[in-house]
Design a protein around this ligand. Structure first.
Ligand SMILES: *[C@@H]1O[C@H](CO)[C@@H](O)[C@H](O)[C@H]1NC(C)=O
Ligand SMILES: *[C@@H]1O[C@H](CO)[C@@H](O)[C@H](O)[C@H]1NC(C)=O
Ligand SMILES: *[C@@H]1O[C@H](CO)[C@@H](O)[C@H](O)[C@H]1NC(C)=O
Ligand SMILES: *[C@@H]1O[C@H](CO)[C@@H](O)[C@H](O)[C@H]1NC(C)=O
Ligand SMILES: *[C@@H]1O[C@H](CO)[C@@H](O)[C@H](O)[C@H]1NC(C)=O
Ligand SMILES: *[C@@H]1O[C@H](CO)[C@@H](O)[C@H](O)[C@H]1NC(C)=O
Length: 504
């Protein structure tokens, strides 16, 4: 339980008064009490939208049952949610306890909302450089694939090379370490590894390809940073979102190519097997795939990875996609992954990744109040790191709040710059505590995670109608530090944990 947040006065009492509910915080609020009270508080709001985000009430109930007995044997979901006995995962998470990571988003997978909002992007190495999306504001280049097709037709693929060479360079790694960051998560489109792996989906541009990943791993090592490699855009797409590199409104799960995705992960594992600072490999980012597609894919992918990367050194990371709400925990993780992906069945050092965001809340929660979202909700969502049954890394978090058109967004916009500043500072502190400060009733360590993202170019006109949508300042780590929303040293590791040397 993150005591600091409760002591800070934004705990249950506040939720209760805001939602006019009667709750009785006892002297010792354990996990089950907290979740049950959250469940009570949520029930008047339990419309289908809230349920879509937080899972059904049943899922919440199941979580509260699991919280009640995280270690003791019991029947049903309670036992499914017990900690998976995975000594490698426990040793790994103890070693990398309190990871202070940052995502290098938008680089090896050019998400339009992140790097295409303006004609240019700011960089560390080279100042303002042209965005690869410059001049495509009203075209159909809504993601990397159609952008690439358009640039190829215009004979301008070198714009992609220029962007990749400038957006992240060796200087960024040194600066990240100087700022106290100890690890980077590197989202990679499959085409960087091998664009030919899926003959049915041509068009992506490999360019310098794996040389870029080689550079990133080496620059990270020189700077003293560890690396979490993430397959972010899988062959065929693990969803139809632009974050896969190809926004396709008619995407279906049948498009996802599991065997090609295994091949990409195998190549990554093989190529970086000897890189001692590569500490984690993420299988799929935010998959919108049914669990009966995911499980056989995960099994095959983990076997392929383990031929090259030992469980003693490299964690294999499974993203429980939060858009599916608590069901991703209560059904996918507890009922399936925690039963099937165990050391006894040959799967060791498997950890979970949760993306804990506040920007995409369902209307009912986005219409509560700024204090509820930046305080109580942070504390509740952070509890999720305790209930999955495995160590959890928060692969993505940010300071972005729900935007305009929500009560919380409008409340934030109406504040003075000074008050906005203070709100974001509190929001940052609560989140950092929530994902990394041990709570009294914690069943497992809070490992920390990775801010999304290093450099988020600020879109000048975020509100106006038009063809372009883009990122806001609160998505940027560097911006958040420069603005002092995150205090110097607050997301900082004094000494990065050294990599585990492979034996033999
Ligand atoms: C990060 O901020 C520093 C100033 O603290 C600046 O020199 C650098 O260019 C920024 N990097 C990026 C990628 O924006
Ligand atoms: C964007 O493209 C326009 C039109 O080709 C060009 O004039 C402008 O210089 C480009 N912007 C940048 C930042 O390179
Ligand atoms: C978009 O998804 C649909 C459904 O999976 C698929 O048939 C189609 O080929 C995809 N579009 C492209 C251009 O790949
Ligand atoms: C899936 O990838 C494999 C290569 O791993 C390829 O042989 C197959 O054609 C792909 N399937 C589709 C539908 O693209
Ligand atoms: C935000 O807070 C920081 C640190 O407290 C301060 O340096 C900065 O001037 C503040 N900005 C505004 C707009 O109040
Ligand atoms: C670039 O940085 C300047 C100031 O450092 C900022 O005002 C501007 O919004 C940034 N532009 C982008 C596209 O991020």
């Amino acid at each position: 339980m993150p005591r600091a947040i409760l002591v800070g006065g934004v705990g249950l009492g506040l939720l209760a008064s805001l939602l006019s509910l009667h709750v009785r915080p006892g002297p010792r609020l354990d996990c089950v009490t907290l979740v049950q009270q959250f469940l009570e508080a949520l029930s008047p709001l339990a419309t289908s939208k809230v349920q879509a985000r937080f899972g059904s009430q049943r899922a919440l109930h199941e979580i509260s049952v699991a919280c009640a007995s995280p270690r003791s044997p019991s029947s049903g979901l309670g036992s499914a949610a017990q900690h998976v006995g995975d000594p490698d995962a426990l040793a790994w998470s103890a070693r990398y306890d309190a990871l202070r990571g940052v995502n290098l988003g938008g680089w090896l997978l050019m998400e339009r909302w992140l790097v295409g909002g303006n004609a240019y992007v700011n960089t560390t190495c080279c100042g303002r450089v042209e965005s690869p999306y410059n001049g495509t504001a009203c075209s159909s280049a809504t993601s990397e694939l159609p952008l690439t097709v358009e640039l190829r037709a215009r004979g301008e693929l070198q714009k992609i090379d220029a962007f990749r060479d400038a957006f992240v360079t060796r200087a960024d790694f040194a600066l990240l370490r100087a700022l106290g960051v100890d690890s980077v998560r590197l989202p990679i489109g499959y085409w960087i590894v091998d664009p030919e792996v899926v003959p049915a989906q041509p068009g992506f541009y490999q360019g310098a390809g794996l040389r870029l990943v080689d550079d990133a791993v080496r620059w990270a090592e020189e700077a003293g940073l560890t690396v979490f490699l993430q397959l972010h855009g899988a062959p065929g797409g693990q969803s139809g979102a632009q974050t896969t590199g190809f926004e396709n409104k008619s995407w279906t799960a049948a498009s996802f190519n599991a065997s090609a995705s295994v091949e990409i992960l195998r190549k990554l594992a093989q190529r970086y097997a000897a890189a001692q600072n590569v500490i984690a490999l993420g299988l799929l980012n935010e998959p919108e795939l049914p669990v009966d597609t995911l499980l056989p894919f995960y099994e095959e992918a983990i076997r392929a990875i383990r031929e090259h990367m030992p469980a003693s050194r490299v964690a294999v990371v499974i993203n429980l996609f939060s858009e599916r709400g608590l069901l991703a925990i209560a059904t996918d993780a507890w009922r399936v992954f925690n039963v099937q992906l165990t050391p006894a069945r040959g799967f060791a050092n498997i950890i979970f990744d949760l993306h804990i965001y506040y920007a995409f809340l369902p209307q009912q929660l986005a219409d509560t109040s700024l204090a509820t979202v930046t305080g109580t909700l942070v504390w509740v969502q952070s509890l999720l790191t305790q209930v999955t049954g495995r160590p959890v890394i928060v692969g993505e978090w940010s300071l972005r709040l729900p935007g305009w058109g929500t009560a919380v967004g409008d409340e934030f916009d109406a504040l003075t710059p000074r008050a906005q500043n203070a709100t974001l500072q509190r929001f940052a502190t609560n989140q950092i505590d929530g994902i990394s400060r041990p709570g009294a009733s914690d069943a497992q360590p809070r490992i920390g995670g990775y801010f999304w993202s290093w450099n988020a170019p600020v879109l000048s006109a975020v509100r106006g109608p038009g063809c372009v949508s883009g990122a806001q300042a609160q998505w940027g780590f560097n911006i958040s530090l420069n603005a002092r929303w995150i205090a110097p040293g607050q997301w900082s590791a004094a000494t990065p944990a050294p990599a585990i040397q492979s034996v033999g």
